[in-house]
Design a protein around this ligand. Structure first.
Ligand SMILES: Nc1nc2c(ncn2[C@@H]2O[C@H](COP(=O)(O)OP(=O)(O)OP(=O)(O)O)[C@@H](O)[C@H]2O)c(=O)[nH]1
Ligand SMILES: [Mg+2]
Length: 302
């Protein structure tokens, strides 16, 4: 079905939306679409939330998500913002390096496996223990749409492998290709970043300009790109919901939980192995040292 392009029509479509609605699917147990933002720190996640809130509500810009705070307190906690009755958007702490720890944390979030005490997934053993009991057994009613926010000012060359790994993971978990939002539309590197994401297999790429503190004045073109992005999110969600039509949501949760436990355990084993190897190397260095010193002394005498 063609997506509408007029701003008023787009707003109406978003406000009337119910999960499965764009494909006229029967009730599937999902009550809301949760657009979840991921990406490196400072790339515009919170600004995108501000932009979506004012564009959808057709209201003046407000910094509801706490974007662009320069005092070192960038987003540390995940916070959800309602956009319509059945659509919300969730902020997140930015990735620093997208290492194993951050990837696992993001996977848990995409699997709707979050601890009640927040998202501090530092202690692997505790995390695994938290995943075991049955208090996670109620299947979530949110359908998750993964979104990666990336600034056009930052080339992805160095981060290719990590971003590619995250894109594949997000697809494996949610069943839909993550939508890439490239911010700072006017930057000269925009086309290049767009292509680089394409090379990583990202099929849905959106380029837009966020409303920010220094650029608060709403305009139809900027609104249109933001609203079309959200429209894309609900269409992708509905495709994902259709794919899961014949699957039991309880069973999906059990499978996701098992996969998370396996990945947590694998990473723990990998870290243990690395540590053991390092200890072995240090022991070898210590054993070799006296011999090296002796031969150096011999050389200096002769
Ligand atoms: N020119 C321009 N600046 C932007 C855009 N998006 C975000 N910014 C600026 O980039 C800076 C970081 O934006 P945030 O939205 O706080 O980034 P974030 O991804 O939420 O950062 P963390 O919470 O630290 O992960 C702020 O100074 C914003 O004003 C954009 O589209 N264009
Ligand atoms: Mg933020």
């Amino acid at each position: 079905m063609a997506q509408p392009s007029n701003n008023a029509v787009l707003r109406e479509q978003l406000s009337q939306y119910t999960p499965g609605g764009t494909l006229q699917l029967p009730d599937n147990g999902y009550r809301r679409v949760s657009v979840q933002l991921f990406g490196y720190t400072g790339h515009g996640k919170s600004s995108l939330i501000n932009s979506c809130v004012c564009a959808v509500r057709d209201e003046d810009y407000q910094n509801v998500a706490g974007a662009g705070q320069t005092d070192g307190t960038n987003t540390l906690k995940r916070k959800q913002h309602a956009l319509a009755e059945s659509i919300c958007i969730k902020d997140n702490q930015g990735f620093s390096t997208l290492n194993n720890n951050e990837l696992l944390q993001a996977c848990a979030q995409l699997r709707s496996l979050e601890t009640e005490r927040g998202d501090q997934w530092q202690d692997r053993l505790e995390t695994i223990a938290n995943l075991l009991p049955d208090h996670f057994s109620t299947p979530p009613t949110d359908f998750i749409v993964p979104v990666i926010v990336h600034s056009s000012t930052d080339k992805i060359t160095q981060k290719r492998e990590d971003i590619g790994r995250f894109i594949r993971k997000a697809y494996d978990i949610t069943g839909i290709h993550p939508i890439i939002v490239i911010t700072r539309r006017g930057n000269e590197n925009t086309d290049r970043i767009f292509t680089e994401f394409g090379e990583l297999g990202a099929t849905h790429r959106v380029v837009l300009e966020n409303y920010i503190e220094n650029n608060q004045t709403r305009n139809e073109v900027a609104d249109n790109l933001i609203l079309k992005f959200l429209s894309r999110c609900i269409h992708e969600a509905d495709r994902g919901i259709r794919m899961r039509e014949n699957q039991d949501r309880q069973q999906i949760l059990v499978t996701q939980r098992r996969a998370q436990i396996k990945e947590e355990t694998d990473v723990q084993m990998e870290e243990k192995k690395k540590l053991e190897n390092r200890v072995r190397e240090l022991e070898q260095e210590r054993e070799q040292k006296p011999e090296q010193e002796l031969s150096r002394k011999r050389c200096s005498i002769s």
